[in-house]
Design a binder for this molecule. Structure first.
Ligand code: CP
Ligand code: NVA
Length: 308
């Protein structure tokens, strides 16, 4: 049995296959084909943090392909009243066929997966957000034709999105430049593992505190909120340090002329990104990116439960 907890657990070929599958699923859903490969499959969805896209994409995706989904909030289940993560995993996995979890410490999902008798998908932890980057890679494939010969610039906070991009670059072998203030650099263990993996995949990963250097000649500029869920108390400090990392028209001049802009959303206009960048339909692909969550996740679910 396999889980999907981190992109580093996938090979490059598996990522490419998932993207192809996601593109096929998208076409079938868009064409309203009679396609129900998830008939009889129930997804359990545990959310310990808020969500718009993740909940909607998983839930509607399951229903579109003939399956079903059960939303579990800690307010309603005993997990929120102190039932252990181990016992919750043992019990929930007796009722459903596959589980997605959004939680805080990454260790919680590792523990959950250890005690679950069905596959577990990481729907965001403080450390990683692999479902988002799979959808992002699918979007790049649609917009640029490939995900290998690209330069990605990630700007702002060295958070779960930055860490996930670092693993993605390391596995797939593309160029990634991450610009953050020194105090908010990406996770050290993630960086070390990614640099090791890059030796075999040819990825070029650089960390800098210089936003222009990161954006220079980039095909894709990516940013995310400066204060992630659960870090609200650091907001002021982060905002003061990250001002010069805002993705705005001054900065996008350094990218390739046909660059695309992406953001996992939700966005805070005039903080990490100016309104004229995120709303610039010539370059910004954020709505397609959000939609693609559905297809990338359905491809992942089908792979994990062995449906075709
Ligand atoms: N990008 C993303 O995961 O959005 P939600 O927090 O709305 O699920
Ligand atoms: N870094 C953000 C991503 C939200 C999808 C957070 O963790 O809040």
């Amino acid at each position: 049995m396999r889980h999907c907890l981190s992109l580093k657990d996938l090979t490059k070929d598996e990522i490419l296959e998932l993207i192809e599958k996601a593109i096929q699923i998208k076409s079938k859903i868009k064409n309203r084909e009679d396609y129900t490969p998830l008939k009889g499959i129930i997804l359990g969805m545990i959310f310990e943090k808020s969500s718009t896209r993740t909940r909607l994409s998983f839930e509607t995706g399951m229903k579109r392909l003939g399956g079903d989904a059960v939303f579990l909030s800690p307010r309603d289940i005993q997990l929120g009243r102190g039932e252990t993560i181990e016992d919750t995993a043992r019990v929930v996995s007796r009722y459903v066929d596959i589980i997605m979890i959004r939680t805080y410490e990454h260790q919680r999902i590792l523990t959950f997966a250890k005690y679950s008798s069905v596959p577990v998908i990481n729907a965001l932890t403080d450390l990683l957000h692999p479902c988002q980057v799979l959808a992002d890679l699918m979007t790049i494939k649609e917009k640029k034709g490939n995900i290998e010969n690209i330069k990605v610039a990630f700007l702002g906070d060295g958070n779960n999105m930055a860490n996930s991009w670092i693993y993605a670059a390391a596995v797939v072998g593309f160029e990634l430049s991450v610009a953050t203030p020194v105090d908010f650099a990406p996770n050290g263990v993630v960086v070390k593992e990614a640099l090791e993996l890059s030796k075999t995949t040819g990825a070029k990963i650089t960390l800098t505190d210089n936003p222009q250097e990161a954006v220079n000649n980039a095909d894709l500029i990516y940013t995310d909120v400066w204060a992630s869920m659960g870090q609200e108390e650091q907001k002021e400090k982060k905002h003061a340090l990250m001002k010069s990392y805002q993705v705005n028209k001054e900065l996008t001049k350094f990218a390739k002329e046909d660059y695309i802009f992406m953001h996992c959303l939700p966005a805070h206009r005039e903080e990490e990104v100016s309104a004229d960048v995120i709303d610039d339909e010539k370059h910004s692909v954020v709505w397609d990116e959000a939609e693609n969550r559905t297809y990338a996740q359905l491809a992942t679910i089908m792979k994990l439960i062995g449906r075709d």
